[in-house]
Design a protein around this ligand. Sequence first.
Ligand code: PEP
Ligand code: MN
Length: 355
Amino acid sequence: MIVVMAAGASPEQIADVVTFVEHHGLHAHLSEGEDRTVIGVIGHEISEDLRAGFQNLSGVEDVVRITRPYKLAGRQFRQQDTEIRVGPVVIGGPELVVMAGPCAVENQAMLMETAHAVRAAGAGILRGGAFKPRTSPYTFQGLGLEGLRILEQARAATGLPVVTEVMTPTDVEAVAASADILQIGARNMQNFNLLAAVGETRVPALLKRGASNTLEEWLLSAEYILSRGNYAVMLCERGIRTFETATRNTLDLSCVPLLKEWSHLPVVVDPSHGTGRSALVTPMAVAAVAAGADALIIEVHPHPQEAWSDGPQSLAFPAFEALMRQVAAVAEAVGRPLARLESGPAASAGAVARG
Ligand code: PEP
Ligand code: MN
């Protein structure tokens, strides 16, 4: 249920509604809009009598049931787009943000080289997996904590905030201490304990869509994070499993405008995992921008043919530079200019405010 406060309701009236919510064993989530505050009331079923009780509180304009199964993720709860500031960039704002870097952090030299290259090409965030969810237990599983240290060094050297995956609830504290964005991988989209643990942090989360999950299931997973009070959630489409075998996954770009209709959360598109083929990454990246994506996440490697994971879908530096030129042009054409960091060597080195 949502309680819509009258325009100009006082802080005391809002506080009284929150007290009333908590008194009835429910949880209040505030969304402060431009001219009014909306309070999401989450918890047990709300009787008609209790609903009427809310309606009678001072400063309340309307009480509306949320018809969709997801509550805080939906447009009913929050009409304006959620904007998530991460260091020098904002995801979900007027500008397009590009996250780029290797699938996995392999060593310090390759990450530094890649971080400088993607920054020079116009990326706003550095990606790199330290904990890798690999299909086979016999393949490289990531550098773990050492990978996090290397990501921190790359952030200090380039000023780029860092997005990296967290795989288990017990690692959330360590990864949250290093990362600017916590990535939840496709395979963990319904790891509800992990979602709850990320929900307890206040570090922005990038929630990838499970390969076989519907949009509604995905938004309900986002709800696990939001309902714990972490409102900085972005959704990342990375391809779903269909009968088609020509591509690694089928990138579902129609989800972008649909999510924009249903939800206020920023939408990120990953054409690397979405196709599995480097030749398809740029065409699908520009298509994603045209479809309304707020950000892209792209795998880039100094030598894709030598990559320890996801080489076939990784772009070498020249291909990434070409992608950025095309993306910038399409972003401009759809009124979504690419976010530009200040240039100059290490202009903002070490100066990234986390979160
Ligand atoms: C990744 O980003 O490297 C990754 C493992 O992605 P996904 O969870 O989408 O497969
Ligand atoms: Mn990968």
